[in-house]
Each structure stands twice: as C-alpha cells, then as structure tokens.
Ligand binder design. Sequence first.
Ligand SMILES: [Zn+2]
Length: 122
Amino acid sequence: MRSVKPGRAPSLMAGIVSVFLVIFGIFFTYVLYFISAQTNLPIWLFGAAWTTVVLLSAIYNFYNVFAKKRFSSVDIVDRNEEADPLNEHLSDDKKYCPHCGEKLAEDYVYCPNCGQKVKEEK
Ligand SMILES: [Zn+2]
C-alpha cells in the first residue's frame, strides 16, 4: 500500500483558515447563546458543535504541517489488497489484467499477455 500525503504548505493554509473559523465560531456561539436565552431553545449547541469541528480541523492541519509522519490523504492499494466492493455488483472489471489491460478468463491466475499474477491462488 502506498499513500498520498497532504502538502505542508496547503496544510498551513487550511490550518490558518481553520483558526479564523474557530474565532468566528466563538463569536457565533456567543451570539447564539443570547438568542437561546430569549427563545428557550438550546441553539447555542449548534455554534459549539461548529467550533469543535473547526478546532479539530485546525489541529489536524497544523499536525500535518509540523509532524514528521503526516496523516494520509489517500491510500493507494492494489485491487488484490482491497477490492472495490462495488465492482462485484456493477462492473466486469476483474476480467481484465490490472497490469496490462488484457482481457482474461475468470479462472486465470497469470496473465497470458504480460505473465503477471492476476489472482491469488487458492
Ligand atoms: Zn497482463
């Protein structure tokens, strides 16, 4: 499995945006608190939830700016490591060699065109 990591500069930008959204969220929650007091509805909880989510986003993004080991944005797996569950229902995808694209019979273990293994032996 390989993975794609978010860039440190894009993470820094997203982290800075998240800090502004946290500051907005604090004021937003403060305003909603007064509306909640007048209406007897706890709508300040929406502001608190917003602030929590953007705070987590800020932490995630600043972690990816400075950490030696960043979180992955995308994991890249071969189809024999983790098959797409939709392929069983929607596509005849597994009838083609993943290495060269040659059309294959269902029971082939090795591709007759490129010789690569196309199926785990049982
Ligand atoms: Zn092949």
